[in-house]
Design a protein around this ligand. Structure first.
Ligand code: ZN
Length: 271
């Protein structure tokens, strides 16, 4: 999605990691990672210092180097995709898709849950409506991830005993959990979690289609849906193939989760 002249978030991160205060290590994926202030556990003060350094670095190095992009973005946005993913701190949408500021309209919810239309938090419905109708995005992507705490909590409801808001929110994932339990194919905890992460993406795609803005664009055949699962420990991303009804590796192209369009009969002329 990035155009010429756009900078990639990974470059910005790497620029930050090159600062002398940071001990740099390079992961096997080639993406720079860092252990600021040595390997000791960071204090709250360290975290704030890190944040301030990042802000300074952005203003002095990154922003001037890409001022053209930011000038273009200053007066408006034309993102190509609505990207719905989990609030988990380990998921950085622009990093894992190598996109730039302005490319993705991002909506983050715990467990990448999307309440069906007319239910739940209005903020998610608002983000969907605005992206699909006002910004006219071409694609909507729902991205789940490995080791998702929300999915673990769905499998172990006792973990949310003292978290009433979380317990209430997670009900939007209960259908996915029951599908996984109902098949009985996943037996171990790990297998159940992996199966639920995938099934939850499929369930949330179904919820997405209940939103009028999405339903209308799908009927007009000018909106594409995608369901992704990101693996934190390998960096791999799989995508849901609607025709195969399963997740497949991303290989050259992204499998589409767009349902086959229903044929809407042409309106009859009234004499
Ligand atoms: Zn998560």
């Amino acid at each position: 999605m990035a155009e010429e002249g756009h900078f990639r978030v990974v470059e910005a991160l790497q620029a930050f990691y090159k600062s002398p205060q940071v001990n740099k290590i390079v992961s096997r994926t080639g993406v720079a990672a860092c252990v600021p202030y040595g390997r000791r556990k960071l204090t709250s003060e360290d975290h704030m210092k890190q944040l301030i350094e990042g802000i300074k670095k952005f203003r002095t190095d990154v922003f001037p180097a890409h001022s053209g992009l930011f000038n273009r973005l200053a007066s408006g946005q034309t993102p190509q995709a609505l990207f719905i993913t989990c609030a988990d701190s380990r998921i950085v949408p622009d990093l894992i898709t190598q996109t730039s500021p302005g490319d993705l309209f991002i909506c983050r919810t715990v467990g990448n849950l999307v309440p069906p239309y007319g239910q739940g938090d209005g903020g998610v419905a608002c983000a969907i409506e605005y992206a699909v109708t006002a910004l006219n995005v071409s694609n909507v992507i729902i991205c789940g991830h490995s080791d998702c705490g929300a999915m673990k909590a769905l499998l172990h409801p006792e973990a949310t005993e003292n978290l009433p808001q979380t317990r209430s929110w997670l009900r939007y994932g209960e259908a996915a959990r029951e599908v996984v339990r109902g098949t009985g194919l996943a037996t171990s905890d790990g297998e159940q979690l992996s199966a639920l992460v995938e099934e939850n993406v499929v369930t949330q795609l179904e919820h997405l289609k209940t939103h009028p803005a999405v339903a209308a664009r799908l009927a007009r055949r000018n909106l594409q849906l995608f369901g992704l699962v990101y693996s934190i420990h390998t960096g791999e991303i799989t995508s849901y193939d609607f025709s195969l009804q399963r997740f497949v590796p991303v290989d050259g192209k992204l499998a589409s989760a767009t349902p086959r369009p229903r044929i809407v009969p042409a309106r009859k002329e009234v004499a």
